[in-house]
Design a protein around this ligand. Sequence first.
Ligand SMILES: Nc1nc2c(c(=O)[nH]1)N[C@H]1C(S)=C(S)[C@@H](COP(=O)(O)O)O[C@H]1N2
Ligand SMILES: [Mo]
Length: 406
Amino acid sequence: MLRHKMTRRLILCAGAAGGLALLSKPSLAKTMIDLPLPGGPDERELTTTFPEKGAMILQRTRAPLLETPFDVYDKGIFTPNDQHYVRWHWPMFPSSVDVEDFTLKVRGHVNQDVSLSLKELMNDFPRVQLAAVNQCSGNSRGFFEPRVPGAEWADGAMGNALWTGVRLKDVLDRAGVKSGALQVRFTGLDQTFGEAPRFIKSLDVDHARDGEVMIAYAMNGEQLPLLNGFPLRLVVPGWFSTYWLKMLEDIEVIDHPDTNYWMKTAYKIPDTPGADMKPGETGVPMVPITKMVPRSFLTNLPSGAKVQAGAPLAVRGIAFGGDCGVARVDISIDGGKSWQEAKLGKDEGKYGFRQWQAKPTLPGPGKHAVLVRCTNDNGEVQPDTPNWNPGGYLRNVIESIDLVVT
Ligand SMILES: Nc1nc2c(c(=O)[nH]1)N[C@H]1C(S)=C(S)[C@@H](COP(=O)(O)O)O[C@H]1N2
Ligand SMILES: [Mo]
């Protein structure tokens, strides 16, 4: 159940520059986990020391990059808040937010500036709810070959939640967007040092007013964990998480294109099918990353698992359509020559995870691969071969799990 009254945060030691280093408490014994990245296993620490977070794969302490352990996705289609991944660009974000003082500002190319307390935001606007996958643009970057710099995520920089909040459109209407408005620009409570550009993102005004983009104050019926953007975050269904601005504090309507670093320079992908190019290729036109594409994963067996010959094998997993629903999931046990349709679980909304299951009988003893492929409602299908680009963005391929039949 959603608690209407938000609690004031007082998490460990607050403070400016150094404070966030202390968000992570020292642990006594370290548990390690191997990520199956190309070039051999890559060892990471499994940490339980971050506030409001359970066991997470530690990619970086400061600013935090915490990956969801993959077995979590087998437990259900809603990722528990305490194991939803975490990604911050800069370490300077508050370690507590006073919910009585906090206000969300709407300003710029509007009829009147608006400042909303959390109470006003929660009580004065219609409440909306939506299941949606929050996926980092660089999810699965660690699988790129040749490897590229950036957070070396395996597949755990994604999570599905039931988001509760208000429509961005309704909040913009309160301020009254003036004609000539082009974009809406979002800034959070996180700060930077000196010249380092604050993390700021924008959406085109029509997208911002589509009635789906949401200012969320709850996730799976609970207030947002601080590390996932307490007290407010943007939810941009179907688009990569780089636009899902956390600790949202300032909304500025602008009448010109946003040329800040995070819009103009960062988060660019090749303007090619599947955002694919060859390593070293030059002259490839680049465009901002936007919508997600279909993906699917087998979750109940790890690669290398031993299974019995001659018996139907229960396999299951999750899929998502990207910026639309899952039309179908198919599996193949003959390297992609033939495909069998998997059974889909309950539809909790087109932007969320969908469970799938199948019962193939694997041929005789030896190593066999199970391939899983998602087709979305727009007819987009996952590719046979993985894409590559220097930013390590939008990784996609038909996933393949090796099983050993005995
Ligand atoms: N304020 C703020 N919002 C942000 C970011 C950030 O650094 N600061 N990072 C973005 C990126 S790149 C990602 S992948 C998601 C991660 O969301 P999560 O930590 O809730 O999983 O937050 C997005 N929103
Ligand atoms: Mo990201």
